[in-house]
Each structure stands twice: as C-alpha cells, then as structure tokens.
Design a binder for this molecule. Structure first.
Ligand code: ZN
Length: 307
C-alpha cells in the first residue's frame, strides 16, 4: 500500500518537474547606449524584447559626460553596450567600464558594439591626431547619426547584433528593422523636399558636428566657432569666422543646445546669418523616437532658412 504521505510527495515531485519544464518568460535584453539616438534606434528595433538606457542625456554633450557611479551601475547590469566609437566616449566610458566589472560588455565581448563600423566615415585623419592637443575627433568624425541614411546602416548593424545575442527573438528584430527602414525611407524623401533650398548654402557650425548632415543635404560648412573640435572659441578665431561669414555670405549658424549662445548670437547678428539651435538627440526616456527628433531638427533648419 502506498501511504497518503507518499502519494502527496509523488504529486509534489510531478508538479515540480512539470513546472521546471515550462518555458520561462523571455528575459528582456538590457541594452545600454552612450548616445540617446542609439538608444532610440535600439528601442525601435527591440520593442518589448529589450530595455534601453542611454548614459548621455539628450541635453548633454556626449564628448564630456560625468562618469558618475549610477552610470557604472547601469553598465554593470547590461547585456549589450552600443557606442558611437571613434573615441567620442574616450574621456569617460573606459572608467565606467572598469567600474562596472561586467565582462559581457567589455571591448571585444559579444555584447560590445562599436556602431562606427557600420557607416561610411568622414574626416578620417590620414596622419595621427593627438587628442592631448584638444582635437576630440582623432579617429574620424563621430557625429554620423545626424545623417538618417547612415542611421539606417547603424540600425541594420544593431539588429544583426541583437539577433546574435538573442536568437529566440530574431523574427521580432528583423520585422522591426524592415518597418524602421521603410519609415526612414519615406521620412528621408520628405526631409529632402523640405530642405531642397539648403543645397549649396554656406553654413557655420559651433562644433564640428555636421559633416554628415551636410553630406546628406548638400550644404557647405565654411567654418566652426570652435577653433578645433573640443577647444572653446577665442576672440581672434571668432573675429576670423565673422570675416569669413561676411565674405562668403553665410546664411545659417547651427549649434547643438548644450553650447552657449552668447557669442553665436552676437556673431549671427553681426554677420546677418540666422542662429539655429538643433536638438542633440532623441529623448528616449520621454518616448521620443529617432524619427521624431530628426523631424524637429529638419523643421528648425527649414525655419532658419525661411526666416
Ligand atoms: Zn564632436
């Protein structure tokens, strides 16, 4: 005879074995990015299969992020780290990576993704550039996400890495990539139509952030307010820029929101150019997409051109 106690134990063991064989809920891939726009792209591609955090805020210059412990904590829990590369983050990310002690996202690991590998780069130096001299673009220009065509290539790269890391959700990543590419293709046509008048227009930038945007839209960057990328403007240089702007008939002076506007407003007023403040990246924490942020950027340029 089997005792009631044995039966109960058998029933419990059976239940336990059934429970253990049940498929567990798929854990979301934890993606951490350096740039807000990379976070926005990852969110579009991953949807509910990922959680996404950007280390730099959309209001923050990603060359100079304060390596606070809470950012190291984010990195310590990450499955995947997306970086712009080309030493954009070299002033702060290495310390965070050391502090995070997370082997999954160290350079060379499966989860570490340098997105600059997916785009055709501009301004790659032919001779070694010394960062100690102040040039913060020693490996080529890292601001490629301002070109939506290059953002499409980056999105394809991120999707393929998500598939590698999380093959169970590969259909989701592929479908989202196809949808995003279609949306961006339509938007690119619309944006090019909005800014057809920008072709050949002489433009001055604050920081050297705009070669990819210029490459796409066909305007000409004639000068920068910073004498070298990362070096604050000097009176001598600003006076030289003003002369150049007057001589070449610059129509726009463009800058990201985190740079000061005192000098640029003065230069714009004296030269007759229009000062245009452009958003630096999508506010993904507030649900903003890459496309919505680019919409704002294009509208600001169009308003500057028309005003
Ligand atoms: Zn830069």
């Amino acid at each position: 005879m089997i005792s009631a106690q044995s039966l109960l134990r058998l029933a419990l063991l059976t239940l336990l074995s059934v429970l253990l064989r049940l498929p567990t809920a798929q854990a979301a891939v934890r993606v951490v990015t350096t740039l807000p726009d990379l976070a926005a792209l990852a969110k579009e591609l991953g949807g509910g299969a990922v959680t996404v955090t950007s280390l730099a805020l959309p209001t923050q210059d990603a060359h100079w992020v304060d390596a606070r412990p809470n950012l190291a904590l984010e990195l310590s829990k990450a499955d995947m780290l997306l970086v712009a590369g080309l030493d954009l983050e070299v002033g702060w990310l290495p310390n965070l990576l050391t502090g995070a002690r997370n082997p999954d996202v160290q350079i060379g690991a499966k989860g570490y993704v340098d997105c600059s590998q997916y785009v055709q780069l501009l301004q790659v130096p032919t001779v070694a550039v010394n960062r100690s001299m102040g040039d913060v673009h020693p490996g080529g220009n890292p601001h490629y996400l301002y070109d939506p065509r290059r953002a499409k290539s980056v999105a394809a790269g991120i999707a393929s890495r998500l598939v590698q890391l999380d093959p169970a959700q590969s259909a989701v990543y592929q479908a989202n990539l196809t949808r995003l590419h279609k949306e961006l293709d339509a938007a690119i046509l619309r944006w090019e139509g909005q800014l057809v008048g920008l072709k050949g227009v002489p433009v001055v930038g604050y920081h050297n952030s705009w070669p990819y945007l210029a490459d796409w839209l066909g305007f000409t960057i004639i000068e920068h307010i910073e004498p070298r990328p990362g070096i604050p403007p000097t009176p001598t240089h600003v006076s030289h820029v003003l002369q150049t702007m007057k001589a070449q008939g610059a129509r726009l002076l463009i800058q990201e929101s985190w740079f000061p506007t005192t000098t640029t407003q003065l230069v714009a007023d004296k030269s007759g150019a229009k000062l245009v403040i452009l958003p630096g990246g999508a506010d993904v924490a507030a649900g903003e997409t890459y496309l919505q942020n680019m919409d704002q950027l294009i509208s600001a340029l169009a308003a500057g051109l028309g005003g």
